[in-house]
Design a protein around this ligand. Structure first.
Ligand SMILES: NC(=O)c1ccc[n+]([C@@H]2O[C@H](COP(=O)([O-])OP(=O)(O)OC[C@H]3O[C@@H](n4cnc5c(N)ncnc54)[C@H](O)[C@@H]3O)[C@@H](O)[C@H]2O)c1
Length: 312
């Protein structure tokens, strides 16, 4: 049996996916250029039979024999993807072209880790897959949002034109152990600030909402979707429909971390969406998938991880 390729396999989601596939008895090739990923995330997998690590940038073609591709390579946090926006677009677009080319040559099934950011700052709430989105094409988030939108276009064109076996999942805000401590994402930010006893920085008045999916739920959905019949191509939303204001999140983190951090308020970043909540009706209907981990339980696991990681 040929192995499964995970691009971005040393990142937050990728490392959990590699771990899950290996524990399911699959052989895994993990490809990463370590832009935001780290060997530490896959330390427990290196040397295990069935696991192979390859340093490679997906903006360059890759010639290996595989039977499935999970295409996760792309920095996901605004701090990281805005650091080199041209490279971000290249990773999404050239990366998709290269991985789709590989899938075409090997006739491998390919899954794209797309994002709720394709909906931009939505006028429809919650967002179903049929909503086309409202993205500023020239803003500072466009390298990511438009890059991911273009990748979706490529996936569907390869599907129509070359009859490729594709799956496109739109991932909503996911959190958990192995998030990068300084990637600026709201959950890791708040937890790191709380553990250090620093003020919790809420952008705007904190009334903007987000939904938070725990990583194990997301990986269940990803592997489940990959195993569905070929006619289920997506796009499918995956996320936790529980909706919380950023202020509520800050208060929950402070309580669970048992810190005396106070909350301070700062300016809202440009093009920051007001509301974000997935409509997961389709994933529920077609896969029977629904997240199981509550925000409190997920936050407790994540706080434990960061306490360990930030220990001097
Ligand atoms: N975590 C979320 O909430 C979320 C939400 C929506 C979409 N996603 C998508 O899921 C995927 C994984 O996200 P994550 O949260 O694990 O982010 P991450 O930054 O932790 O992981 C991305 C991985 O891709 C690697 N990478 C980046 N550019 C590369 C390149 N050119 N070649 C090879 N490897 C490269 C990085 O080194 C890193 O290991 C991304 O595609 C992201 O857009 C994540």
């Amino acid at each position: 049996m040929k192995p499964i390729l995970v691009t971005g396999g040393a990142g937050f989601l990728g490392s959990h996916l590699c771990e899950r596939l290996l524990s399911d008895g699959q052989e895994v090739v993990c490809v990463d250029n370590f832009f935001t990923g780290a060997k530490g995330n896959i330390q427990n997998l290196i040397g295990k039979s069935g696991f192979e690590l390859m340093r490679h940038d997906v903006t360059f073609p890759l010639y290996i024999e595989i039977r499935q591709i999970y295409n996760l390579a792309c920095p996901a946090s605004p701090i990281h993807y805005q650091h080199d926006p041209v490279q971000t677009t290249k990773t999404s677009v050239h990366g998709a072209i290269n991985m789709l080319g590989l899938a075409k040559r090997t006739r491998a099934r390919i899954l794209q880790a797309s994002t709720s950011e394709v909906y931009g700052d939505p006028e429809v709430h919650p967002q179903p897959e049929s909503y086309w989105g409202r993205v500023n094409p020239i803003g500072i988030r466009a390298c990511y949002d438009e890059g991911k939108r273009c990748a979706e276009t490529l996936f569907f064109d390869y599907w129509r034109q070359h009859k490729l076996d594709i799956k496109v999942m739109r991932i909503f805000n996911t959190y958990g152990p192995r998030m990068h401590p300084s990637d600026g994402r709201v959950v890791s930010n708040f937890i790191v600030q709380a553990i250090r006893g620093e003020p919790i920085t809420v952008c705007g008045d904190g009334s903007q909402t987000r939904s938070f999916c725990y990583v194990s739920d997301l990986i269940d959905g990803m592997v489940g979707f990959m195993g569905t019949p070929a006619d289920l191509v997506g796009p499918l939303n995956f996320g936790n429909p529980g909706e919380y204001s950023i202020l509520q999140l800050a208060e929950t983190v402070i309580r669970l971390a048992g810190t005396r951090s106070r909350i301070i308020f700062g300016p809202l970043p440009r093009d920051d969406p007001r509301q974000r909540k997935p409509d997961i009706t389709l994933a529920e209907k077609t896969l029977g998938w629904r997240p199981k981990v509550s925000l409190e339980d997920g936050l407790k696991e994540t706080i434990t991880y960061f306490r360990h990681r930030l220990r001097p």
